[in-house]
Design a binder for this molecule. Sequence first.
Ligand SMILES: NC(=O)c1ccc[n+]([C@@H]2O[C@H](COP(=O)([O-])OP(=O)(O)OC[C@H]3O[C@@H](n4cnc5c(N)ncnc54)[C@H](O)[C@@H]3O)[C@@H](O)[C@H]2O)c1
Length: 439
Amino acid sequence: MHVAMIGSGYVGLVSGACFADFGHVVTCVDKDPAKIEALQNGRMPIFEPGLAELVAKNVREGRLAFATDLAGPVREADAVFIAVGTPSRRGDGHADLSYVYKAAEEIAGVMNGFTVVVTKSTVPVGTGDEVERIVRRTRPDADCAVVSNPEFLREGAAISDFKRPDRILIGTDDERAKRVMSELYRPLYLNQAPILVTSRRTAELTKYAANAFLALKVTFINEIADLCEAVGANVQEVARGIGLDNRIGSKFLHAGPGYGGSCFPKDTLALIKTAQESRASIRTVETVVAVNDERKRAMAAKVIAACGGDVNGKTVAVLGLTFKPNTDDMREAPSLAIIAALQEAGATVRAHDPEGMEQARAFLKDVTYTQTPYDCATGADALVIVTEWDAYRALDLDWIKDRLNAPVVVNLRNIYPPDDMHRRGFAYTSVGRPNGLAS
Ligand SMILES: NC(=O)c1ccc[n+]([C@@H]2O[C@H](COP(=O)([O-])OP(=O)(O)OC[C@H]3O[C@@H](n4cnc5c(N)ncnc54)[C@H](O)[C@@H]3O)[C@@H](O)[C@H]2O)c1
């Protein structure tokens, strides 16, 4: 099958490369000429483990190409995927659908023969109806079906998530479109990935419901962590104790600085908007958003408390800037709010991240970036671990303790045991553990 992928970001590029690897002929299109030029020269515009190799292999074997103009690829395509961004609209939290609608118009202008237009971007209920209206208005003669096929991949594990998904969700009642989608995903039927075919609106809502539920799980364990600190219990043991219950499950029960990233924050806000406009408000999700926002500020307060209540004039070393490990994505990363609050309180911030420093420069002002975590720690008044990259899991702690100005470590990801840290002589603060409080 011939596929045109409109938007070559985290989702479009990974999906396009994986479809090519299944044997389809794919062109990934993007408006950003720098992105396409990089890809045409074998350079990845994003960091995602395994992606460079997968792209190179499929380009070499003639199944994957890149373009800035969608006309040629769309004309040839059996399926055209819309994988453009749907950020929060400034001011009201609604999903900004302008990129989706613009792409739909451009696709409609050039499509040729029966074409399935597939929305892979995360879009509010009813967007498929509007995409269909745009296509029909632009090209009344068009032979096409508009399908919802939301993506559930996680950055950092995107390729294996795409190739071994928990499920594939296809929202359409068009029989011809079902056949095209089945053919596209056929290699995954062989792996027995469950395929759910629903109405388009149900598929659109399912994606938001999934993300809101995961955000709720994270926020729940974060509040339990606060309670653990207040009553002298251990949140990691509580999480294990509840997670072993199959009805609950152990994933997304790691207490930390609050969720961030390019999806949960905007998708929870967009779901709240949809619910309010439909007069069916979802108060649990409204609470999740409020609690999570407060949590990021509370994490900065935790650092300040660990530094004796004042960071004015002090240097704080931050390890980990991206919203989670194994990505360079800085969108809505908790580090942004934490660093801004520390700077407001008068701290000088120094930071290290294995992959995120280049992107971080666009988001953060007045931060000094260092080559290694050890340079970051040297001479600092406190060390704060914000993202649990593997590179931070086995640091030479004794070396660090000798180089820190004061042996203060705040670990917002619980990757070191409190007993061991105390034995080494650190004043150690972690999240939701009885020995994790500053001492
Ligand atoms: N990032 C994730 O982990 C993830 C996971 C599941 C779903 N999603 C959803 O997928 C969608 C895309 O997310 P992303 O993280 O890949 O975004 P992204 O910002 O990384 O990529 C979007 C790309 O689309 C391009 N673009 C915009 N309009 C275009 C047009 N008319 N023609 C061609 N290219 C155009 C942009 O230049 C950009 O490169 C969003 O709706 C998001 O919610 C993201």
